[in-house]
Design a protein. Sequence first.
Length: 330
Amino acid sequence: MNPRTVIRRGLRALALALAVVVALAVVVAVALRLQFTGAPEAWAKSTGNDALWLGHAWVDGRRTEHDVEKMAARLRATGVKDVFVHAGPFEWNGALDPAKHPNAGNFLKWWRTHLPGVRVSAWLGQAVKNGLDLDDPAARDRVLAGAKHIVDLGFDGVHYNFEPIGDGDTDFLDLLDRTRPLTRLLSVSTPQIEPYPLMRLGARAVLGHDKYWSQGFFREVARRTDQVAIMTYDSYLPSQSLYGGHVARQASLALDLAPATTAVFIGAPAYHDHGMPYNDASESVAMAAEGARLALSSYGRRDRFGLALYVDFAATEEDWKEYTDRWMAN
């Protein structure tokens, strides 16, 4: 065959493939934009079941009782009922070094003095790509020993955040099953749920790992836990309306998939270093709140549903105002 013919055919195939990708991107964009239409119901707002991720400074000695008092004054005016305080990470072999949280005892004592109605879970995790190997039974045993240590310290619960956990990971499900008897409260940060068919496979081909979980795997995780917090940020979407639609889609899926006994938290980006400049403008607490309200309006009333703000040390006064105005709204 003539080399020029081969080149022409190759270019045509490439052009066709690009056209298909662009067409699919347009279809997804239109679908997400449609998710972000209409007005939420007045009742679709915080029911006092929200959450907040707290950084490591609270348990390593940098924060004092005065800091806890100031945080308590802020949170009393919100719907936050759970906080996840960073108390790890695990070592590469799965062990949890107590030296990572030397001030945990004092922190818990201060917290329960000033905010006795807000539960405190230990936020524990590690990178599992070229890092901690949860497929190793010995590593999982060490993780479980760390979780028991945390419970013995007096934390109300364990909040796992391992990234990236692949779709269908049965060893992760085993870890959840074995952690459940150790604690009164088990929660987990989850990746986003596959919004539309084939998106998980496409993202995996580009990133080399799962950005999305299938609906079936999300359901399996949700039924093993008391709380799931979906990390709906870092969506790479270029506009507020698309991000709001993305949150609405994620929230709608989670509401349908999670058992009524499992609390669903929608992660709201109270931080401003997304890695892509346009995401700082498109992703916000306000858009997360609006998307969550639209999803809740369509689904119906559910108490075990709220926003989870990420993260206290990066949140600005504007982030807190957006949370109050858009999610605590009258």
